[in-house]
Design a protein around this ligand. Structure first.
Ligand code: SF4
Length: 231
């Protein structure tokens, strides 16, 4: 398999009835209100090169962000914050992301999420999280030959991704590492290959608006991750 096969396959997934209904409802309502806007309204694949050394894992596409543009983290404030930081570190060709036609290129970094459809109130159910897990597991397997570090955004990204890493053969310490901004643990797979895992507050508008996550805090974690990944 390859990401060129996996990503298009993902966009046809209809495994979560509540999320299928929601993503289509949001898109239909907006299409009617703004006839000139093309609303994606489907699962949103990860974005970035197949030979990424660093994977940034969020929560799920936003109703009017990724669910609108069809590209992960693209089209809302959260994504603007993330891409600005990646650009500052030389990991993105531009700080501005508007849609698939904007020419944005990521260097050595792929961004994705454990849930690929926009959930109401940004809250997937545990069942939806578990139903979507195999997609992240396959994506991880495909980038794994080059992968050196992951940044997990928020407690959801952290707790949803650690089981995927464990299932992929990375040994988790016991007790399980706890999420926090700046949390960091180095895991090893069965062949002893290391993977740096870093926690970062989510780039959600709520976190950035309240100052819980400042641009400097985000850049710091991403810089540490990039260094660990050899970028
Ligand atoms: Fe499929 Fe994941 Fe969307 Fe559920 S959240 S419908 S598993 S792509």
């Amino acid at each position: 398999g390859s990401l060129a096969v996996l990503d298009p396959a993902l966009t046809d997934c209809r495994a979560c009835p509540r999320l299928v209904a929601w993503r289509e409802e949001v898109a239909a309502a907006r299409r009617a209100a703004f006839a000139e806007q093309e609303y994606w309204g489907r699962p949103v694949p990860g974005f970035g090169p197949a030979d990424a050394r660093l994977l940034v894992v969020g929560l799920a596409p936003a109703a009017h962000g990724g669910n609108r543009t069809g590209r992960m983290f693209t089209g809302d404030r959260a994504g603007d914050t993330l891409f600005a930081a990646l650009h500052e570190l030389g990991l993105a060709s531009s700080a501005v992301a508007t849609g698939p036609g904007d020419g944005l290129t990521l260097y050595g970094v792929r961004v994705t999420s454990p849930v690929h459809c926009a959930p109401p109130a940004n809250r997937p159910t545990p069942t939806e999280r578990d139903t979507c897990r195999p997609w992240l597991a396959r994506e991880l397997e495909l980038v794994r030959p080059t992968l050196r570090a992951v940044v997990l955004l928020g407690a959801f990204g952290w707790s949803a991704t650690l089981p995927v890493l464990a299932a992929a053969g990375y040994e988790l310490p016991r007790p399980r590492p706890v999420f926090g901004h700046g949390a960091r643990v180095v895991l090893h797979d069965s062949r002893g290959r290391p993977l740096d895992v870093l926690g970062c507050f989510h780039v959600s508008r709520r976190n950035t608006y309240t100052g819980r996550l400042t641009p400097a805090m985000l850049t710091r974690v991403l810089a540490d991750a990039a260094k660990a990944a050899g970028l």
